[in-house]
Design a protein around this ligand. Sequence first.
Ligand code: HEM
Length: 524
Amino acid sequence: MSSRGAILGTVGGSLPVVSLVTCVLLLLVVFQLWRTWWRLRHIPGPFPASITNFQRARWVTTKRAHLILQDMHEKYGEVVRIGPNTVAFSNPEAIPTVYTARTGFPKSAFYATLQAYAPKGGNLQAIFNTQDDDMHKRLKTPIAPLFTPANVPSFEGRVDEVLECLREKLDEKFIENSEVFNLGQWLQFFAFDVMGTLTFSKRYGFLETGKDVGGMLGTIVDFMRSSAPLTQIPWLDWALRKNRIGDAFQRRFGVQASLGILGFVGRAIKEKQGTMSNGEYKDTGDKYGRGKDFLTRYIELQQNDPEVPPWAVTAWTFSNVIAGSDSVGSLMRTTMFNLLVYPHTLEKLYDELRSANLSHPFPKYSEVRNLPYLDACVQEGIRMHPPFALPFERVVPKGGVTILEHYLPAGTAVGGSPYVVNRHKGMFGEDAEFWRPERWLEKDEMHKRKLEQAVLTFGAGRRICLGRHVGILEIKKLIPFLILNYDIRIVDPEKFELENSWFFFQRGLYARIQKRAKDAGNQS
Ligand code: HEM
């Protein structure tokens, strides 16, 4: 008898061996599941979430993860286990603990899934998606001064240029015949063309053509739709997309949308570097008093500082395109939608704007930035519909942390969904689900600051949105312009639809517009 046969013989043939191996494997699986469950067993949540991430990935595929998460908090409390190693909170009191101003509480692997991949260079780290604190500092420090409240008004002339284009198109296409049109889409075109102008000195052409030129908007939707479920199971992203074989497959079948955006950014950089090196580009300013665009400033920063890696220009520009266009468009739509659906708030805002003696047709930022009711409407829009709406995950550092009386060991991923946190009734009131700009004005300035700090739409702490002042400038320029110049009526508000694919997309804000009488824009 061979030695193998002898071994089999000792356990009575091959079948029992197979059974034994199966039993051992099963025991190992059970042990592993038990260990996984055990680690955060003190955090309440649905049982499947304590042993697998597939449940929360499934929530994301429904495109209504924000509502499911809200239900989970309703059922299990303010701190809920949503994955084997992941915990979500709903009370804004946890914000300063999780989103600290110092390093050491890094972003989780959620963000790696949002990094574009190239087989030669690996993942492209951008400011908003890098998990590495040092890399973040290297990327952010050189460009942060461009985004300060003091510098942001230098971009105003470029916004006026795009407002002019929007005005022309609205007047030309939709005034005469009272046509019903997709106002939401035009606001998105506006937001993208503003970011194109701010970044490249060029509109993408959305407003000119009334179309998604080059399919860029669709590309972003595709990228987010394919990435959003994977943010919940990052190793799957790595296995499917972030390796040479997966990448080749994605390229072959044209499903890696981030490459389309990167390709666009790459071409724009090359073109600009060309015009800068052959002396064609002159920063002379123009009738709008515009200064240099972002890309020119990025290229100069990179050229003047040997510490800055050459690929930083792509990373910075990619951030502008991905983080700074759809987000602003979303907030514009939310604010307009709610003003139209709650006409008494629109009237109140109209009265404030008329009394303010604003420049016509485009109010100056200095004239509108501190108008109280306009500010309340913008803050309420920011609160109601955060353009990024899955929990912003961070990794608990060594020593663990306690949030809302729950201890989380080191290595736990923890985050708040801005949609859920922004609707916390204890902070924002029993009517937190509803549009009510007055909540920002009814107490003193300290209360207003407290509410602002409780809103998670821009993130918080060290990784708070760098471009928020740019976005607010755009919104505070656009809304008064629209309201003072046009009488806008919403059509079929129930056609307004939401899709949460990490980017919180909106569709179908239909309206009719008419021009207001010339003297209606100003009371004085
Ligand atoms: C006004 C609408 C905007 C909203 C709601 C928004 C929201 C956000 C959020 C939530 C984050 C941080 C996410 C996290 O913690 O994971 C973020 C980061 C960032 N945003 Fe925005 N954003 C907006 C506009 C912009 C604009 C206009 C720009 C650029 C011009 C921009 C550039 C950035 C950058 C560079 C970061 C990374 C900051 C860092 O990690 O240090 N954003 N944004």
